[in-house]
Design a protein around this ligand. Structure first.
Ligand SMILES: Nc1ncnc2c1ncn2[C@@H]1O[C@H](COP(=O)(O)OP(=O)(O)OP(=O)(O)O)[C@@H](O)[C@H]1O
Ligand SMILES: [Mg+2]
Length: 381
């Protein structure tokens, strides 16, 4: 195998020392050495401007520009080369300065020191290369990190713009919709002349559509408020058992019309949580609304469990369930799995999740296709 060629820059004013060192390197077989020998720091600096070397052996005791000055200048010019200083005996106190100024290592000129030169070169080359590799990697990582941070900031800005846009559009739609609703209401009540039964029926259909539209607009406004961090919680100490009881009652007609049973499994005593009543009500409505909407036979059970420091609420149904691979996605906006035939937009669950998270709680689903779903949320007391 051919040996690697190593370019060595040797700065040594003593010709005998230089010759001994060169001879010793010729006998070493770790590398094929190409030694360029110079006698002054000035020459070395000139050479380094135009040529690159793998390693430099620099004598500390030079006649004009000293080894230390030469070293400092090389470092000031940011020339990438490992420098091994050759110091005289008794120069121990300068060694610390040399290392501080960027020398890679040093060798003391004493009887037979030339035998240490090949070893020192081998060790220095290996360490310098490893260090360069490490630095290159670190630079690359820092660069990537910077790029990612930039992209992240751009994405955040885009996301903010999108949320603002949605909020503005929803807000702009709200006013005309309220006016349409008011006018239709007036017509329906006969303020603009007598209304025929057929006309009343049509007006009823229009009302339903408008109500859906205004629910969607309110959902969009809520979500953009949460996403922009503008949703504030009016927390109070409230009894979640009583609140759940009231909400279950409001769903009795809807469930009864579908022949779906409503089961309450509540503890006998009150359970207080520190929560925003309106927002928590919305979570119950979204989860129970889903359970009843997607269940065509069987029952919906609302369960409240007192845990240490937390309250767990489960809303379990005997509906179609959600396949495992879809279950992670349904808390994302506009995701609908089996709902093609059911009314909705896919905003109920993301809103519920965001409200629970704002309360420092957790929400999850346990479901198996064909076996019903169980939505579970946990709130701190
Ligand atoms: N209890 C459930 N049983 C089966 N699938 C459900 C249940 N709850 C939610 N899903 C699935 O998750 C999807 C997302 O629910 P989400 O409440 O976010 O939207 P939606 O009910 O379709 O519309 P919206 O709530 O905006 O009126 C639903 O479309 C449905 O596919
Ligand atoms: Mg829903």
């Amino acid at each position: 195998m051919s040996k690697e060629k190593l370019r060595v820059l040797m700065v040594e004013d003593n010709p005998t020392d230089a010759l001994i060192a060169k001879k010793r390197l010729q006998r070493d077989d770790a590398f094929e050495y190409e030694v360029v020998h110079l006698v002054s720091g000035e020459d070395a600096l000139l050479k380094l401007e135009n040529w690159s070397y793998d390693i430099m052996l620099l004598d500390y005791n030079l006649p004009k520009k000293s080894g230390l000055e030469t070293l400092k200048e090389i470092k000031a010019r940011n020339i990438e080369i490992p420098i091994v200083m050759i110091t005289g005996q008794g120069d121990e106190q300068v060694v610390a300065t040399l290392i501080k100024e960027g020398a890679f290592d040093y060798l003391q000129k004493r009887e037979g020191y030339e035998d240490s030169i090949p070893l020192m070169i081998r060790k220095t080359i290996a360490e310098f290369r490893a260090k360069s590799e490490r630095e290159k990697l670190q630079k690359e990582i820092a660069l990537r990190k910077e790029e990612l941070e930039k992209i992240n900031a751009q994405l955040k800005e885009l996301d903010r713009m999108k949320s603002d846009f949605v909020a503005n559009v929803a807000h702009e739609l709200k006013t005309p919709l309220t006016i349409i609703k008011g006018n239709l209401d007036n017509i329906g009540q006969g303020f603009a002349g007598e209304v025929q039964p057929k006309q009343k029926e049509i007006l009823g259909d229009v009302f339903n559509v408008i109500n859906r539209l205004s629910r969607l607009i309110n959902d969009l406004l809520d979500l953009s408020k949460i996403e922009s961090g503008k949703m504030e919680l009016n927390k109070e100490s409230l009894d979640i058992v009583a609140l759940a009881g009231e909400i279950v009652k409001t769903f009795e007609t809807l469930a009864g019309a579908k022949n779906v049973g409503l089961v309450k499994e509540f503890p006998g005593n009150a359970l207080n949580v520190n929560a925003d009543k309106d927002k928590l009500t919305q979570v119950f409505i979204n989860l129970m609304g889903n359970a009843i909407k997607f269940t065509d036979k069987g029952s919906v059970t609302v369960r409240i469990i007192d845990m240490q420091g937390e309250v767990e609420v489960e809303i379990q149904d005997t509906g179609p369930g959600i396949p495992q691979d879809q279950a992670d996605k349904i808390f994302d906006k506009f995701v609908r799995v089996i709902a093609e035939k059911k009314e909705g937009t896919g905003l109920g669950l993301p809103i519920a999740r965001d409200i629970i998270v704002l309360h420092k709680g957790r929400i999850r689903i346990e479901s198996e296709a064909g076996k019903g779903s169980k939505f579970i949320f946990i709130l701190p007391k």
